[in-house]
Ligand binder design. Structure first.
Ligand code: COA
Length: 195
């Protein structure tokens, strides 16, 4: 039989760890984490006013020493199971009034894979930057890769993969996301940007 102590120790430690994380998140940001949501390293993250997140959301900013940065503006809303990952030196800037649909993933780093004589997991990571300008809406299941800026007041269709910059006021869909049209009403007045 396997040694039961590691499992037992894990089970005993876990509730305290989670309670501590929840306390830190509330103390720093006034955010009450819903079921299954987690903000790892809340001390490395900046969050504006009226932030909302749903169960299953995951915010990560664990490698400050490598330059990781996650800045979230005012009135940003995350639907269910959104993952925003600025680990490994990634930098993510989400401006004001951004809404992110269920199951979206923003990941601001790639694994290096130049060498074939060693496993990909043993190679370095390549960090980058993701910027979502004011008033962007990501539909359900959108994936945003590193080194992408989505311009102000743009809409990204459900299931799209955004691999390059999207100009302001665009509607973009597909894999890779391409602009299908431009929104005609450009009267939106942005509030102060997050970064
Ligand atoms: C992007 C979106 C807003 C576009 O709506 P729209 O302007 O009314 O666009 P249309 O329905 O007229 O579609 C225009 C074209 O784009 C295509 N298209 C629309 N959405 C698409 C998507 N998500 N992926 C791929 N193609 C898409 C349509 O098939 C159509 O193609 P066609 O001209 O060859 O027929 C909408 O399709 C969408 O994806 N909404 C997100 C819904 C969602 O995720 N809700 C929950 C999140 S909170």
């Amino acid at each position: 039989m396997r040694n039961p102590w590691p499992l037992l120790a894990y089970c005993l430690r876990q509730p305290f760890k989670m309670a501590w994380l929840r306390f830190q998140t509330y103390r720093r940001h006034g955010v009450i984490l819903p079921r299954g949501a987690l903000i790892l390293r809340p001390e490395n993250i900046r969050i504006g006013k009226d932030f909302g997140l749903n169960p299953g959301c995951l915010l990560l900013c664990q490698d400050r020493d490598k330059g990781s940065e996650l800045v979230i503006g005012d009135r940003v809303a995350l639907n269910y199971n959104v993952q925003i990952n600025a680990d490994s030196g990634g930098r993510i800037y989400i401006s004001d009034n951004v809404i992110i649909g269920p199951g979206c993933i923003l990941r601001a780093a790639d694994h290096s894979f130049e060498r074939t004589d060693r496993a990909i997991r043993d190679q370095l990571t390549q960090p980058g930057v993701i910027r979502l300008d004011d008033d962007v809406w990501l539909g359900a299941g959108v994936i945003v890769l590193k080194d992408v800026t989505i311009g102000r007041s743009s809409v990204i269709g459900a299931g799209s993969v955004v691999t390059g910059d999207i100009p302001p006021y665009s509607i973009a869909v597909g894999i890779p996301a391409r602009v299908i049209r431009t929104r005609s009403d450009t009267s939106y007045e942005p509030t102060e940007a997050a970064a």
